[in-house]
Ligand binder design. Structure first.
Ligand SMILES: *[C@@H]1O[C@H](CO)[C@@H](O)[C@H](O)[C@H]1NC(C)=O
Length: 238
């Protein structure tokens, strides 16, 4: 009974801890703009000002695809106007106050899925800790520029800096070298990370377990043999 109570109180304290964090961000510059809704650190919707619609980047495992209220995109367009107008007024009032600049504190490159040679995968360039948004991310394969990557809208971090993630579809082939180069206002030259498809990149589920099993079995059998040996020796002595 005591154990059951302990378990129940644990469930309660966990569920009491669950607080969802819903954010909306409106950002603008003279040439660029962003409106994004996020939940618990993930992008849920953003306004695509090129396609002129609200985009819901939901992963395939979402059970019931949802949309926010009607008019989200029209709202975003209106908010951009307000944002630009406010910027102008603040700029005038505060005599073009200096812009704070923080270079990205982290750039990471990795694959979305475990690497299998010849199997489609996604390279991810994760950039964080910069201000202001956005960054530009460009990709190369074996030194040649590649196109077709996508980048999400800037997501705000707790400390006021931003995170952005660029994705590139690719098919891993042994020896290929990819890079992502990050441009930001506070960087004098791009921050570049490399990813090499080498033989250690491929996870090989066949050999590992088999080897462990073989070694384990051998050690086990040796143990049984040694045990039997000492048992017999022990019996002889007594
Ligand atoms: C990103 O690319 C655009 C278009 O090429 C350019 O205007 C902008 O200055 C670049 N931003 C940075 C931070 O380099």
């Amino acid at each position: 009974m005591k154990e059951l109570l302990l378990f129940l109180s644990c469930v309660l304290c966990v569920s009491a801890d669950v607080l969802h964090e819903d954010i909306q961000i409106v950002g603008c510059s003279d040439s660029d703009g962003e409106e994004m809704y996020g939940l618990d650190g993930e992008e849920k919707a953003y306004a695509d000002f090129n396609k002129k619609e609200e985009i819901y980047p939901q992963p395939p495992f979402v059970v019931n695809p949802f949309h926010y209220q009607e008019g989200a995109y029209e709202n975003a367009v209106a908010n951009q106007q307000i944002c630009r107008e406010n910027m102008k007024r603040v700029g005038k009032g505060m005599k073009d106050y200096p812009l704070e600049q923080v270079a990205p504190s982290g750039v990471m490159i990795y694959t979305r899925d475990e690497v299998e040679f010849g199997e489609k995968n996604t390279l991810i360039c994760h950039v964080t800790g910069f201000y202001p948004a956005p960054v530009n991310v460009s990709w190369t394969k074996n030194g040649q520029k590649v196109t077709g990557s996508s980048i999400n809208t800037p997501y705000p971090n707790k400390d006021g800096t931003f995170t952005q993630i660029s994705r590139l579809q690719f098919t891993p082939q042994l020896g290929d070298i990819y890079s992502c180069a990050v441009q930001h206002l506070a960087l004098t030259q791009p921050a570049t990370k490399f990813y090499e498809v080498d033989s250690s990149a491929q996870s090989d589920p066949g050999v590992g377990p088999a080897a462990f099993c073989g070694v384990g079995l051998t050690v086990g059998l040796l143990g049984v043999a040694a045990g039997t040996f000492f048992l017999i020796k022990g019996n002889e002595c007594s």
